[in-house]
Design a protein around this ligand. Structure first.
Ligand code: NZQ
Ligand code: ZN
Length: 414
């Protein structure tokens, strides 16, 4: 039949034909984030975007970056006629204490809308504060779903954001990642809404350091690999989109490092970041993620930069899962992303992993765990146990991993 031929053609590209093909998974996609992309988009749009929800604003930001760049003053001037309460000091790998403080401030000041100005950490924290406004208990309950807390059943304040770092995709997704240093936990949580309005001005990322530019670009690349390495074989629509986004990141990240104020580089990275994790490229796929659960343990125990941890782990994970079963997909990755034309599937697959490693290395980040001051394996067992449990790594991913497997990947990264 025609469908069998199509199925065969798609499989043929992956070289293995399976008797009982798994078809593209059903999905529903609904995302209402209003994206405003371009230079100086806040000047004309910010005031109305905020005041459509009211005049009481909780302004959330991180450390000094928005003050140094002048963005803080610009925002205050644009919103001079509104009631603004501030929550500052949201740290990278945002801590639950920031969310607690935001919950208190939002309630005390009856805020109508949260304005998040910063990178993923600031926006992630803001999304959870937006839920905590409607919750009377400790917001950590919302992250771990304790005491009957369920963000999906709670209302959520609207979040408007001005993104200052291209990386996480939080500007157009439903997720947040929050850390609790007291319990060594760093956990993802989903809310009912993505941000209401996201201002994406690439020029606001010119001041991002080389370290954070590299980390952000690697984060984008990792989001793409997590979704690309999926056993759903016939989903060429999604895999093709991912390949295009990977090529964009591979090309423009080194240019952004060399020319921090290249608009084209910053714009490509910013839009790739959003597209890599707004949900679209995962549609129809079936498998869960692997490297992120592994990395979140590193950040939880050692508070390292997310993207740097991903960069260290990704090539080791790739090497670990390369096998007769996976080499066809790795070869496709090699042909379509790294432009490798010659060789057997296995040769192309191995070269693709090598090229991935070389690209990561080009980003001038440490490529081993000791490079980020993780010098011994004392927590590897606890981290591996938690990664497998939280990430369902024994059942969910493209290639399942046991606790021993995860420890091996950490060990290989030393
Ligand atoms: O705090 P400030 O002073 O603003 O400095 C920040 C921070 O030190 C700085 N920065 C941000 N924009 C800047 C700038 N410096 C100069 N110029 C600018 N324009 O960069 C540092 C890092 O900021 P952060 O927000 O932590 O970075 P990123 O956007 O990479 O976010 C990382 C967090 O997001 C989580 C990560 O785990 C991590 O906690 N993730 C969130 C996801 C999501 N919500 O969907 C998915 C991701 O996989 C990821 O796990
Ligand atoms: Zn990430």
């Amino acid at each position: 039949s025609l469908s069998a031929i199509f199925t065969y053609l798609a499989y043929n590209e992956l070289t293995t034909y399976k008797e009982a093909p798994i078809t593209m998974q059903d999905f529903r996609f609904h995302n209402t984030t209003d994206i405003r992309f371009g230079t100086d988009v806040i000047d004309a749009g910010l005031h109305d975007a905020v005041t459509q929800f009211g005049n009481n604003v909780l302004l959330v930001y991180g450390g000094q970056s928005i003050k140094k760049s002048g963005l803080y003053d610009r925002v205050k001037a644009l919103l001079h006629d509104l009631n603004i309460t501030e929550l500052s000091g949201v740290e990278p790998n945002p801590k639950i204490d920031s969310v607690r403080e935001g919950q208190r401030l939002a309630k005390e000041n009856n805020v109508d809308v949260i304005l998040a100005v910063g990178g993923g950490s600031v926006i992630d924290a803001s999304k959870v504060i937006a839920s905590a406004y409607y919750y009377d208990g400790d917001p950590w309950d919302l992250v771990v779903k304790a005491n009957g807390a369920d963000r999906m059943k709670l209302n959520q304040l609207p979040v408007v954001d001005i993104l200052t770092l291209a990386a996480t995709g939080t500007e157009m997704n439903f997720g947040s990642v929050i850390s609790n240093p007291a319990t060594h936990q760093k956990l993802g949580t989903q809310g009912p809404n993505s941000p209401a309005v996201s201002f994406l001005d690439p020029t606001l990322t010119y001041t991002v350091s080389a370290w954070q530019t590299a980390a952000g670009s690697i984060d984008i690349f990792s989001h793409l690999t997590e979704q690309y390495f999926d056993a759903q074989p016939a989903n060429d629509a999604s895999k093709g989109m991912i390949e295009g986004l990977m090529r964009a990141v591979i090309k423009w990240a080194p240019i952004a490092l060399e020319h921090p104020d290249s608009y084209d580089a910053r714009a490509n990275l910013m839009w790739s970041a959003t597209m890599a994790l707004n949900g679209i490229v995962q549609l129809g796929g079936q498998d869960g993620w692997t490297v992120h659960p592994l990395e979140h343990e590193l950040s939880a125990y050692y508070d390292i930069t997310h993207g740097v941890g991903l960069g260290i782990l990704t090539p080791r994970w790739m090497k670990f899962i390369l096998s007769d079963d996976t080499e066809a997909l790795f070869a496709r990755f090699g042909r379509n992303v790294w432009h490798i034309d010659n060789g057997s599937d296995r040769e192309i697959a191995e070269l693709a992993i090598k090229k991935t490693y070389e690209w990561l290395n080009l980003m001038q980040i440490p490529m081993t765990l000791p490079g980020v001051d993780i010098n011994d394996d004392q927590y590897f067992d606890a981290m591996a146990q938690s990664a497998v449990k939280v990430g369902h790594l024994d059942t969910a991913p493209y290639v399942n991993l046991s606790v021993e497997d995860v420890k091996k990947i950490y060990q290989d990264s030393m």
